[in-house]
Design a protein around this ligand. Structure first.
Ligand code: G4F
Length: 329
């Protein structure tokens, strides 16, 4: 019999790649979508018609319980989050409720229904924050530096508590930055790739950037969702650090993207100090040894291949009219 997976945050970048992976594996895939977010289902493109939609608000504990009771999912992937970190300063409580509240309500529902659902919590390298060591692994202490990271850490502990106290098969992936052609343009990789493609086509001339010295461990979202699935197939529920193990600066990212279209980035990029983050961290880089040893997981797409993939997709979108030049910032 086909397995059933329930996904929150299904219309986001990771939701798309995870749904695609699970559908390919023969799963029945259901997505939790708040009633006011139904229109976002179109973001799943060709997958939308294959997804069962469960319309429930994140805050509706009784509604979530009913969905879990009726669906009896084999696996739950809790991906829902307002994932653009700076936004969390504008709404710390809203961030906490969506991230921590949804995780805790779903874990409570699984416990109350009393089924053997395996639970994946999307944790973040942001939880490490101000690190005292690099690279980070599963033993590295947490030191969150913003409301998003603090909310993710609370959700992470809620998952751990449910595993320890109630014996749920619950685990989390502590994921480093993971990108794709589906990344929204407010995130730095897509912002840069879209700008490089736009400048190449003569649709604009300059790109305003924040701190070019900031560094990140950037991987491919398609690789990272594979790790999520593998965690839920393991014999024991555990935490895993998931990243490439390689740091690149924003400057290297910009150079790589402009290189793809044969342009010299120094002629087009302007640094705007107002885009610098006061809570910046520079050394968030994964040691994914445990994931490699226990799950056989390794990233497949290199940094250079990822950036090329993203730039080429934006060139195609702009040339075909799938993105209107007026919407390009
Ligand atoms: O693309 P970003 O906005 O991603 P950030 O803040 O690292 O967060 C992402 O990864 C986390 C870890 O997986 C997730 F938890 C989170 O949900 C999200 O997916 O910024 C990346 C870096 C930062 O250091 C930022 O300061 O790029 C630097 N940067 C420099 N100039 C810029 C810019 N970021 C943006 N968005 N725009 C700029 O102009």
């Amino acid at each position: 019999m086909a397995k059933t997976a329930l996904i929150t945050g299904i219309t986001g970048q990771d939701g798309y790649y995870l749904s695609r992976l699970l559908l390919q594996k023969g799963y029945r895939v259901a997505g939790l979508l708040p009633p006011d977010r139904q229109a976002s289902l179109t973001k799943l493109d060709e997958l939308a018609s294959q997804i069962q939609v469960c319309s429930v608000a994140w805050t509706d504990a009784a509604g979530l319980l009913k969905v879990v009771e009726q669906l009896q999912p084999n696996e739950i992937y809790n991906l829902a989050a307002p994932s653009f970190v700076p936004d969390s300063w504008n709404d710390p409580l809203g961030t906490l409720d969506l991230v921590t509240g949804t995780a805790t309500r779903l874990l409570t529902a699984v416990r109350q229904v009393g089924i053997d659902t395996r639970f994946y919590q999307a944790s973040s390298s942001e939880m490490f924050g101000k690190v005292d060591r690099s690279p980070q692994d599963e033993e590295t202490p947490f030191c969150p530096m913003n409301p998003y990271a603090a909310a993710k850490l609370h959700a992470h502990w809620s998952m751990v508590h449910h595993r320890q106290r109630y014996g749920l098969f619950a685990c989390s992936g502590i994921l480093y930055n993971h990108e794709s052609e589906r990344r929204p343009p407010n995130f730095v990789t897509r912002k840069v790739c879209l700008a490089a493609a736009s400048i190449k086509l003569g649709l604009r001339d300059t790109l305003e950037m924040g701190n070019l010295d900031a560094k990140r461990d950037w991987g491919y979202a398609g690789d990272h969702v594979e790790a999520m699935w593998r965690m839920l197939q393991a014999s024991e529920p555990e935490e895993y650090v998931i990243g490439t193990g390689q740091l690149h600066s924003v400057r290297e990212l910009v150079a790589a993207a402009f290189d793809c279209v044969g342009l010299d980035w120094t002629r087009h990029v302007v640094v705007n100090p107002q885009l610098f983050r006061p809570d910046e961290h520079f050394q968030l880089v994964a040691n994914p040894t445990k994931a490699k040893q226990n799950l056989g997981w390794e990233p497949q797409v290199s940094f250079e291949a990822l950036i090329e993939k993203m730039v080429l997709k934006d060139l195609e979108r702009l040339q075909s009219g799938a993105i209107k030049p007026s919407t390009v910032q």
